[in-house]
Design a protein. Structure first.
Length: 243
């Protein structure tokens, strides 16, 4: 069945939920399908993950694979098997492919505080930076760790964000992004990936659509609640902006 719905170059998201020494969090990476054989997926990592950095996921750790094909969403569970090279990881599939129609998440146009660092680099570096920042925010007074935020007009959902950037970025670039939903709540730190870019209609800079890769579970719930509170009363349906 996998061979019918997955073809070389198809984009997948590999994600897992961690509940260890940090707050419960989702960590994910976007990869490209390359091959399926004897119950295993080989997938390519657009951003390198040097073998010397250690495994991207603990061996045998449960994973969820999500993709889209023919207008349908595909989901399957798997486990991490091995890493043949810096650019390839191998997953043991659980033969439980689920095919379903997916309604886009609710989104809202709003102004929030933004602080970001965008650049090209390998995934391990960004993962370390994100975990370090999460640890600081979790163990230190917010007043001592929160950066200065600039207000910006965004289109926000629990899975991603459309926002203006003055920094030059390209598709697949990574961004360490902090959001301040309001002055009374703690900032949210996410690791995001640029999905698309476009010139701004007015002024300099670009508009980007970014997908959240790493985010605390409670922060994703906070964004979802924020979006629902701020939806126009007569919203007919969400607009897809980060895909």
């Amino acid at each position: 069945m996998y061979s019918r719905y997955f073809t070389p170059g198809q984009r997948l998201q590999v994600q897992t939920l961690y509940e260890d020494n940090l707050p419960a969090r989702r960590e994910a990476m976007n990869v490209l399908f390359t091959n399926y054989e004897l119950g295993y997926f080989d997938v390519a990592i657009p951003h390198s993950w040097p073998v010397k950095e250690g495994l991207p996921f603990p061996e045998g750790s449960p994973l969820e694979i999500v993709s889209e094909r023919y207008g349908l969403w595909l989901k399957s569970s798997a486990s991490f098997h091995s890493q043949p090279s810096d650019k390839v990881i191998r997953l043991r599939m659980n033969d439980d492919l689920c095919i379903f129609r997916h309604s886009p998440q609710q989104r809202v146009e709003t102004q929030i505080g933004l602080c970001y660092s965008a650049r090209r680099g390998d995934l391990p570096t960004f993962h370390r930076q994100w975990r370090q920042q999460i640890k600081k925010l979790s163990t230190t007074a917010t007043a001592l760790t929160a950066p200065s935020f600039s207000r910006g007009q965004v289109n926000l959902s629990a899975s991603g964000i459309r926002m203006p950037l003055q920094t030059a970025v390209e598709k697949n670039d990574l961004c360490l992004l902090m959001l301040s939903l309001d002055d009374a709540s703690d900032p949210i730190c996410t690791l995001t990936e640029v999905i698309w870019t476009a010139p701004q209609e007015e002024g300099q800079g670009i508009t980007t659509g970014m997908q959240f890769l790493n985010i605390l579970q409670k922060d994703q719930q906070r964004i979802e609640q924020f979006v629902n509170r701020n939806l126009p009363r007569k919203t007919k349906g969400p607009a897809v902006a980060d895909r």
